[in-house]
Design a binder for this molecule. Structure first.
Ligand SMILES: Cc1cc2nc3c(=O)[nH]c(=O)nc-3n(C[C@H](O)[C@H](O)[C@H](O)COP(=O)(O)OP(=O)(O)OC[C@H]3O[C@@H](n4cnc5c(N)ncnc54)[C@H](O)[C@@H]3O)c2cc1C
Length: 429
């Protein structure tokens, strides 16, 4: 296996002048005016972005960045769109796989995998959960056995968002059953397009089908596609999960409607990508619709409903301040921390509260779907989608455990299977 070196110095470590948002904005604008040509292909444009370091400006120069502070990523992404250009793609490749590979991958893996993620040539899915291992992810039983130049994978994954159109998977599998459960796991980059990988769509109660079950039968992973070291996949997975908590909502980029190949390809890419996520705003409860909904239903003067709306919007405002605090901490270079769990918990509370308010307003009509139902069926979709908010990316109860133990320092949950070899743990299912 090839060497892993530290990803590279930060902006401050490189001894540079502190960057200010105004300076970064000005430098980016000049660069875009010089290089942006909407007639070029999206791939060629993104290759230019990667070569210039504007792809992920907070990353080291060696890996498609400029070593700028963390706040530069969001600023540059927003500015590129404001200037009528296009940034890196959205999705679990850029959002989860890339930072994990940057933090833990070998140099060879970084060189091979990061570029195609950032240009959008390869999309990724997350193959973590199993029928018997969700909250207790470290209890997973999919196995990986080394056979010559590849690992042979057998097992089943479930709830894998976008696995039906992913090129690569972030796979957790057990490589050693004779050590405690957290220590025998390895993190792999698995190619999805192969005979041993069978992806089956799952249909949800809100009529969408965004996730899948994935059956792995003698699937093969090249020997060098291990991210981090063999047996240390748990700490690699924690990096992915920390990023997942930070980005519990996906924002669709608002590309310029103008002509040009790169823009058309970027709009088509986003269109395709967001089919999977079209119900996510409803999953978040649509608090943005409550006032309009109350007015349309003629109940905006009802004092009970007004109180419920005020309570909901207060929750939302307080949570946005927590998000601000998280952004400020990250701008100062802090790694993803407790705010991720707090924010995720707050998002669940807001979603549930919002669904309750919509249900109060709509009454029985909230159960109707179709064009003549409230908001064309959106309210019914909210009511059926909100439960997913408090499950995806770690359930509310798990976030509370993390906060209790890691932030408040309360005694840990009783965990009787933590120190015994995985092979000796009694399992069901
Ligand atoms: C929209 C969505 C998208 C998802 N996308 C992906 C994906 O792309 N890839 C992927 O791998 N997975 C994905 N998941 C799966 C998700 O990570 C799991 O559903 C989640 O971790 C919970 O696991 P579980 O469903 O097995 O529930 P379980 O772990 O079986 O939990 C059942 C209930 O028990 C509670 N519970 C469990 N343990 C404890 C405890 N120690 N203390 C207190 N309460 C506890 C839980 O909070 C929950 O209420 C997705 C899920 C959703 C809803």
């Amino acid at each position: 296996m090839t060497q892993q070196t530290p990803a590279g110095p930060t902006h401050a470590e490189a001894g540079r002048q502190p960057a200010s948002p105004d300076l970064v904005r000005a430098e980016l604008t000049a660069w875009v005016h010089q290089h942006w040509d909407p007639g070029m292909s999206l791939r060629d444009w993104r290759k230019l972005l990667l070569a210039s370091g504007w792809a992920v400006p907070s990353w080291p120069e060696r890996w498609h960045g400029r070593g700028l502070p963390a706040w530069a990523d969001e600023l540059v992404a927003t500015e590129l769109i404001r200037l009528g250009a296009v940034g890196i793609p959205v999705g679990s490749g850029t959002w989860l796989a890339a930072p994990t590979i940057l933090a833990h991958g070998s140099d060879e893996l970084r060189a091979r995998l990061l570029g195609p993620i950032l240009t959008g040539e390869q999309t990724w899915c997350q193959l973590f959960s199993e029928p018997g291992a969700g909250s207790d992810l470290a209890g997973l039983s999919t196995s990986a056995v080394l056979d010559g130049d590849s690992w042979v994978i057998n097992g089943q994954k479930v709830w894998n968002t976008s696995a039906h159109h992913a090129d690569m998977g972030m796979l957790l599998a057990r490589t050693n059953r004779d050590v405690p459960k957290h220590r025998g796991i390895t993190y792999f980059a698995i190619p999805m397009d192969q005979p041993g990988v069978e992806v089956r769509r799952l249909r949800q109660m809100n009529f969408h089908a965004s996730f899948n079950e994935v059956f792995l039968t003698d699937a093969r992973v090249p020997r060098d596609n291990v991210i981090g070291a063999v047996g240390q996949g748990w700490s690699v997975a924690l990096t992915t999960l920390a990023h997942e908590r930070r980005f519990s909502a996906l924002r669709r980029p608002d590309y310029h409607p103008g002509p040009g190949r790169a823009l058309a390809e970027a709009r088509a890419e986003a269109e395709d990508h967001f089919v999977t996520y079209s119900w996510y705003p409803q999953r978040a409860g649509r608090p943005d619709l409550v006032i309009e909904h109350a007015r349309a239903a003629g109940v905006s003067a009802n004092p009970v409903i007004r109180q419920a709306i005020a309570r909901l919007l207060t929750l939302q405002r307080v949570s946005s301040w927590t998000a601000e605090r998280a952004r400020a901490a990250r701008a100062l270079g802090a790694p993803p921390g407790a705010e991720g769990s707090i924010g995720k918990l707050a998002a669940s509370n807001i979603a549930r509260e919002s669904a309750r308010v919509h249900a109060m307003i709509a009454g029985a009509a909230g159960m109707l779907t179709g064009p003549d139902s409230p908001f064309g069926g959106v309210i019914a979709e909210v009511l059926m989608s909100v439960p997913a908010q408090s499950i995806a990316g770690g359930t509310d109860e798990i976030q509370k455990n993390i906060l209790a133990e890691k932030v408040l320092g309360l005694p840990g949950e009783v965990r009787i299977d933590r120190d015994v070899p995985f092979s000796q743990i009694r399992r069901h299912g």
